[in-house]
Design a protein around this ligand. Structure first.
Ligand SMILES: C[S@@+](CC[C@H](N)C(=O)[O-])C[C@H]1O[C@@H](n2cnc3c(N)ncnc32)[C@H](O)[C@@H]1O
Length: 243
């Protein structure tokens, strides 16, 4: 269920990635392979406990708005599952029966997801549906191809093609489904590109609105009033809900 690096290359080729994007994706994977064992602690360093709690609460509040007793949830670029687990627990506390899947491109992150009781799926955010079909076929899995909720935390600025990720998310959302993205607002710290493997220096609410409106009917993007502290720099967070 969790591919080795040769299988990852095979899957990336099956997904049709050209050599240059393949190289960039492999670089991301290599970076996050080293981060995986420490990811939970890294998140705790970025955000204080009360911020972590608020962030989870904000996401859960949006999910409860669906008014469903059972929810099929996919976390895209779930990493070690730090937030996925928090969201899952809070939903259960609210009496919601939840089926949770975590998709990530980095094999060591998938192992952490599995350890937390979250079904891991190897995949690329830009090609979620095809990634699920490949994983189902290759491993004989029965991962659903549609979800009620897709969430993604602290990952959107890493994607090579964020607009394609929004399209790919839309494709796996059911009729009434919604996507919830929490990530860093636009900042001026170019040094994070190298130091943290950030592809983009965050996005402004206007950029999110513009990208989202090409794909979704409605977007509600607003600052969360929370900050990540990264290498001594404070970076604001936003929450965007896509219908
Ligand atoms: C900064 S971490 C965020 C992890 C987690 N969501 C969190 O909040 O802790 C970014 C994650 O995105 C994953 N990732 C990067 N590019 C990806 C892509 N194109 N498709 C799927 N996962 C990707 C990395 O493997 C990594 O686990």
């Amino acid at each position: 269920m969790i591919p080795d690096i040769d299988e990852v290359r095979l899957f990336l080729r099956r997904l049709g990635f050209e050599e240059s994007s393949l190289r960039e994706l492999i670089e991301q994977i290599e970076y996050f392979e080293t981060e995986a064992p420490e990811r939970d602690d890294i998140v705790r360093d970025y955000l204080r406990d009360e911020c972590i709690e608020r962030l989870v609460k904000e996401i859960v509040r949006e999910i409860l708005r669906l008014g469903k007793g059972r929810v099929k949830l996919l976390d895209v670029a779930a990493g070690s599952g730090f937030f996925t687990e928090g969201i899952m627990r809070k939903l259960e506390e609210n009496g919601i029966s939840v089926e949770v899947y975590g998709l990530d491109i980095t094999p060591s992150m998938l192992k952490r997801l599995r350890d937390k009781g979250i079904t891991p799926i190897w995949g690329v955010a830009e090609r979620i549906g095809d990634s699920i079909r490949i994983a189902n076929e290759y491993y004989g899995l029965e991962v659903p191809e549609k979800f009620d909720i897709v969430v993604s935390t602290l990952a959107f600025h890493h994607f090579l093609n964020p607009e394609e990720v929004l399209r790919s998310i839309k494709d796996v959302l059911g009729e009434e489904g919604r996507a919830i993205i929490v990530d860093v607002l636009k900042h001026s710290h170019e040094e994070f590109r190298e130091a943290l493997k950030d592809t983009h220096t965050g996005f402004s609410l206007e950029e999110i609105q513009e990208m989202g409106s090409k794909v979704f009917r409605e977007i509600d993007a607003r600052p969360l009033g929370l900050h990540c502290e990264v290498n001594g720099v404070m970076v604001g967070l936003y929450k965007a809900v896509f219908f």
